[in-house]
Design a protein around this ligand. Structure first.
Ligand code: HEM
Length: 543
């Protein structure tokens, strides 16, 4: 209580609305217990008279709250806990300032140390080292890789449709798992330059290669158990006294490392022989290793390039950052589209006009991707309401920082948490009319001046839409996810439609309402996700 009051006094100097919370959301013990505490409290027949501020003690409170707290307290307010002050900001211009001043509002890289499963990486690099990682990681995300992502996504969607329409089930067992499988296939093929056929969620078998799990299966198990692997080193999980399930995860993590080592050695050999290499992420990272090896680390400039451990660390983090973000967005979109068949028809019209009679294997990335605007609108509208990262944490540096909000200048104390409220900004009625409705058409404007109507994508006002973050530390994979998503949606709705399998007792309207309830029932385990997507069974049929 003393700490809480000390922080409250410190926070009062900002002159913004403050809310006391007796436990800090970053308290590790509370993070473990919190879901159980709420489960018990919510199950009580009599509701305890908890203060309204208790809602901020629920993990992922941002989702239920949307812009409500900012509508109540204004564009800036703060949660004060015994440990810290967490300032919440929802204002387009202030958002822009925070993104742009990365040395004043610092990404809390220490909070991400757990991501170092295989070595240091871009997300855990401090301010001085981050530009070095960023420069090297950005290089392979070029147009030639995007073209590969496009082709791979089309191919895998084709195979997924085949699985959905020909398997023995009368409906798709798990759209969410299939979206994960598809996204993992595209990532693994891009990272490893080895394409494996799509495997649906009902197939349990794993592929092996020379005694190791395949790259794809090892990666799948590693990502499915990422939190466990962040808490315990994988060599420990492999010990003979560990339960079998743990040893399986430990082995997958070890096999994934073995694949990375093999890829690395192949690339080094290719380089020594003067060959081109596979063109995978590893090819450009091995070039960076060369710079690192030649580097004189005693020079005042500090290290350049990437060390071997940093290469492994970054390969893991790219897969981690790129997998569930895209997969969850696909899963939300599949269910929403099934609930709104008229939007499926709207996409199909565009796909038919843009691709004419070409078969999807002949779809050229650079020609078609920029024209599929309605398909991209589905992605943007889904990310507006369901951004995988709902609030972006930053921290002020050791100096007090001024932040202008309208006609006021707020001075944020040193070493204070400051969160960019992404979802609140996306759902604030000041920036978005009818903010809670999922309406992809809001992203399209039609220009009729040239005779034939030309559709263009709306560019929202600066920093009112930022699911991929913004500024110098924005998402490296934004274009990757856009290309993959548009390819999947265009390929799927060219000739097929998704519908909801109704329960015996319900009509179409009730089935739609059930889908929307499932879509709105989310939690945040690192990222926003639906709690029970498999409660909805979809059918995929030819249009
Ligand atoms: C819908 C899909 C995606 C969303 C919404 C998304 C969102 C984000 C956000 C909000 C950040 C900033 C995190 C922070 O500052 O703490 C970020 C960073 C990052 N993302 Fe994504 N992401 C997506 C897909 C991808 C994909 C497909 C990849 C890679 C294949 C990727 C790789 C990265 C990397 C490497 C960073 C760190 C960038 C840096 O620190 O400079 N992301 N992403």
């Amino acid at each position: 209580l003393v700490c809480l009051e000390v922080n409250y006094r410190r926070a009062s100097k900002m002159g913004i609305p403050l809310v006391r919370l007796p436990i800090d959301p970053l308290n590790i013990l509370f993070q473990v217990l919190e879901p159980h505490i709420w489960r018990v409290l919510d199950a009580l027949p009599l509701k305890l008279p908890l203060p309204t501020s208790s809602r901020y003690g629920r993990r992922g409170w941002f989702f239920g709250d949307k812009a409500q707290s900012h509508l109540r307290y204004g564009p800036i307010w703060a949660l004060v806990t015994p440990r810290d002050i967490h300032v919440q900001v929802c204002d387009s211009e202030a958002n822009h300032e925070i993104f742009a001043r990365r040395h004043d509002f610092v990404r809390p890289s220490k909070m991400y140390t757990l991501l170092e499963v295989y070595g240091p990486c871009i997300s855990t690099a401090d301010s001085a080292n981050w530009p070095r990682h960023r420069k090297i990681l950005a290089a392979p995300f070029n147009e030639s890789v995007m073209s590969f992502v496009w082709t791979e996504s089309l191919q895998k969607t084709h195979q997924m449709i085949e699985y959905w329409t020909t398997s023995s089930h009368d409906s798709i067992p798990s759209v969410a798992k299939d979206a994960r499988s598809l996204s993992l296939n595209v990532l693994a093929a891009t990272g490893f330059r080895r394409s494996l056929p799509f495997r649906g969620s009902s197939v349990a078998a794993l592929d092996t290669e020379g005694g190791l799990l395949s790259y794809r299966d090892a990666l799948q198990i590693v990502l499915d158990n990422a939190i466990l692997l962040m808490l315990f080193p994988y060599w420990l999980l492999e010990k003979s006294w560990m339960p079998k399930a743990m040893r399986r995860i430990g082995k997958a993590a070890e096999d994934f490392k073995a694949h990375m080592v093999r890829m690395f050695e192949e690339e080094v050999t290719a380089k020594v022989r003067g060959e081109k290499g596979t063109g995978s992420l590893m090819t450009s990272f091995v070039r960076a290793l060369d710079v690192h090896a030649k580097d004189d680390t005693t020079a005042t400039k500090g290290p350049r390039g990437l060390s071997v451990d940093e290469i492994y660390g970054n390969i893991f983090v790219i897969n981690f950052a790129g997998h569930d973000t895209t997969a969850n967005t696909l899963a939300f979109s599949f269910l929403l589209l099934a609930a709104y068949p008229e939007v499926q028809q709207w996409i199909a019209e565009e796909v038919s006009t843009v691709t004419k009679d070409l078969q999807d294997i002949d779809w050229a990335y650079n020609e078609l991707f920029p024209k599929l605007k309605r398909c991209e609108a589905i992605l943007l509208e889904t990310l507006r309401l369901f951004p995988p990262i709902m609030s972006l944490p930053k921290w002020t540096n050791a100096q007090p920082q001024e932040l202008v909000l309208g006609d006021r200048t707020i001075v944020i104390p040193p070493l204070t948490g400051i969160s960019l409220s992404i979802l609140a900004t996306h759902t604030h009625p000041h920036y978005w009319p009818d903010p809670l409705a999922w309406k992809p058409s809001r992203w399209i404007t039609v220009d009729n001046t040239s005779g034939s109507p030309q559709e263009t994508l709306v560019t929202p006002a600066r920093n009112t839409f930022m699911p991929w973050s913004d500024g110098p530390q924005n998402c490296l994979g934004a274009k990757f996810s856009q290309v993959e998503f548009v390819a999947v949606i265009a390929c799927l709705f060219r000739a097929h439609r998704l519908s909801v399998q109704q329960l015996p007792e319900e009509d179409a309207a009730q089935a739609t309402a059930r889908v929307l309830r499932v879509v709105e029932d989310c939690d945040a385990q690192l990222l926003l996700r639906m709690k029970n997507p498999d409660r909805i069974r979809l059918k995929c049929e030819k249009a």
